[in-house]
Write a protein that binds this ligand. Structure first.
Ligand code: SF4
Length: 394
C-alpha cells in the first residue's frame, strides 16, 4: 500500500514537471518575434494560400480546411466562417453557349464537387430508344442508334418526369421521326439532325395487338400512350421541341438508300450515360499569380517577354534609356514554365503561384440549357445534397 502511494506520487510529480516544461516551451515560442500569435507567419500563410510552381513540380499543393489546423498559433482556421465571409462569384464572360466565371473563397473539394454535378447530375432529355422500321444505309442499326443518342435535345427537362415504369406518356417521353430517302442518282445525301421531326402526339408505329391479329377493328395502339398532344400543353405551344443543333451529321445515304425510324427521348443524368450530360467541357484552374522577386532589366527583360507564349510580361520604360519587365497579364498564364526553364537564376527571380481558393471556371453548354441556367441548376442540386446530409444528421 505504502509503495503504491509512493509510486502514484512520483508519477504525478513527473506529469506536473512535464506540464511546466511544456508551458515554458509554449511561452518561449509565443515570445519569439517571428512567431506572431493570432495570425500565421508569412511563410506558413504563403503555404496555406498558394501553390508554388517550381520548374520541376508544384509544391504546397495540400489544403488545410479544418478549424484546428493552426491552433498552436491560436489561429482559428474554420472553413465555414471564412467561407461565409469571403465567398463570391464574378462572371467574366457570358455568351449563348459559354460562360467564364471566378469562384472565390472556396475549397478545391467543393469546386470539384460543383464541376462533377454539372457533368453528371444536372438532368437533360436524350434519345434512349430507337425503333427502326427500315435502314438500308451502310450504317448498322446499333451505330445509328448510338449516334442519335448523342444528339442534344432542346427541351426543358424540368417539365418532364423520369420514365420509371417503362410506360411512355406525354409527361416522360419525346418522340422524333426520321424518314429520309436518297432519290438522286449519282449523288449522296447527308442526313442531319434537323431532319428529326418532333411528333407531339407520340409514336406513330402501331403495336402488334391481339385485335389486329383477330381482325377486330379498334384504334391501333402505338409504342407510346399519350393522353393529349404535347403541343397543346402551354409549355410547348410556342416552343416546339427539336435537336439543339440542326447540322449534326447522322448518316450519308447513297442513291436508293433510306432510313425510317422513331427515336424516343427520356429524362436522365450524365452519371447513367454521358449522352445526358448537359455540358461539353466544364473545367477550372486556379488563378495564376506571378511575382517578379528581382528587377529584370534591359536585354533580360526583352528575353523574358519573348519567351512567354501567351504574353504575360510587358516592358516599362524606367528612364535613362533603361527598361524593366512587368507582369501585365497574369491571368493568361498557362503554367508552361518556359520563363523559369533556363536556369536557377530565372527560377529565383520569377515566382509562379496559384491561389488555392480562387478558381476560374469555364462551362460550355451542349445547347440544351444556357450556361447560366446550368450553374443555377447545379447549385440547387448541391443545396439539396447538403439539406439531405443535414436532415440525416439531425
Ligand atoms: S509559365 Fe509560361 S505562360 Fe506562365 S508566365 Fe511563364 S512562360 Fe508565360
Amino acid at each position: 500500500m505504502s509503495s503504491d502511494n509512493e509510486g502514484t506520487t512520483s508519477s504525478s510529480e513527473s506529469e506536473g514537471a512535464d506540464s511546466v516544461k511544456g508551458n515554458a516551451t509554449l511561452e518561449f515560442i509565443e515570445n519569439l518575434s517571428d512567431v506572431p500569435m493570432g495570425r500565421l507567419p508569412s511563410n506558413i500563410e504563403f503555404q496555406r494560400t498558394r501553390v508554388d510552381c517550381k520548374a520541376d513540380a508544384p509544391i504546397h499543393t495540400d489544403t488545410f480546411q479544418y478549424s484546428g489546423a493552426y491552433s498552436s498559433m491560436r489561429v482559428e482556421n474554420s472553413f465555414l466562417d471564412n467561407f461565409c465571409d469571403n465567398f463570391r462569384v464574378e462572371v467574366i464572360r457570358l455568351t449563348e453557349d459559354e460562360m467564364e466565371f471566378d469562384m472565390i473563397g472556396i475549397d478545391p473539394a467543393l469546386a470539384n464537387a460543383f464541376r462533377r454535378i454539372l457533368i453528371s447530375e444536372v438532368p437533360t432529355m436524350a434519345i434512349e430508344k430507337v425503333l427502326i422500321a427500315n435502314n438500308t444505309s451502310v450504317i448498322q442499326d446499333e451505330v445509328l442508334a448510338q449516334r442519335l443518342g448523342l444528339i442534344p435535345i432542346k427541351a426543358d427537362p424540368r417539365l418532364f418526369e423520369y420514365a420509371e415504369n417503362n410506360t411512355a406518356s406525354e409527361k416522360n417521353t419525346i418522340v422524333f421521326k426520321l424518314d429520309v430517302r436518297c432519290e438522286r442518282s449519282g449523288q449522296r445525301l447527308s442526313v442531319k439532325s434537323k431532319e428529326l421531326v418532333w411528333l407531339p402526339n407520340g409514336s406513330e408505329f402501331p403495336l402488334e395487338s391481339q385485335d389486329s391479329k383477330t381482325g377486330l377493328s379498334s384504334k391501333p395502339k402505338t409504342y407510346t400512350s399519350f393522353t393529349c398532344s404535347q403541343d397543346s400543353l402551354p409549355e410547348f405551344s410556342g416552343n416546339p421541341i427539336s435537336p439543339a443543333l440542326g447540322d449534326i451529321l447522322i448518316a450519308r445515304l447513297g442513291p436508293g438508300q433510306e432510313i425510317e425510324l422513331e427515336a424516343h427521348a427520356v429524362k436522365g443524368i450524365g452519371k447513367t450515360h454521358s449522352k445526358w450530360s448537359p455540358v461539353s467541357p466544364v473545367w477550372y484552374r486556379m488563378l495564376p499569380e506571378i511575382v517578379l522577386l528581382e528587377d529584370i532589366e534591359d536585354q533580360l527583360a526583352e528575353k523574358l517577354v519573348a519567351v512567354c507564349p501567351v504574353k504575360v510580361f510587358d516592358i516599362e520604360d524606367i528612364g535613362k534609356g533603361k527598361k524593366r519587365a512587368t507582369v501585365a497579364r497574369p491571368r493568361a498564364c498557362t503554367l508552361c514554365r518556359e520563363c523559369i526553364r533556363e536556369g536557377k537564376g530565372w527560377e529565383n527571380a520569377i515566382s509562379l503561384r496559384r491561389k488555392k481558393d480562387h478558381f476560374i471556371f469555364n462551362i460550355e453548354s451542349s445547347g440544351v440549357f444556357p450556361p447560366e441556367v446550368l450553374v443555377t441548376e447545379a447549385v440547387k442540386i448541391l443545396e439539396d445534397k447538403c439539406d439531405r446530409v443535414i436532415s440525416d444528421l439531425s
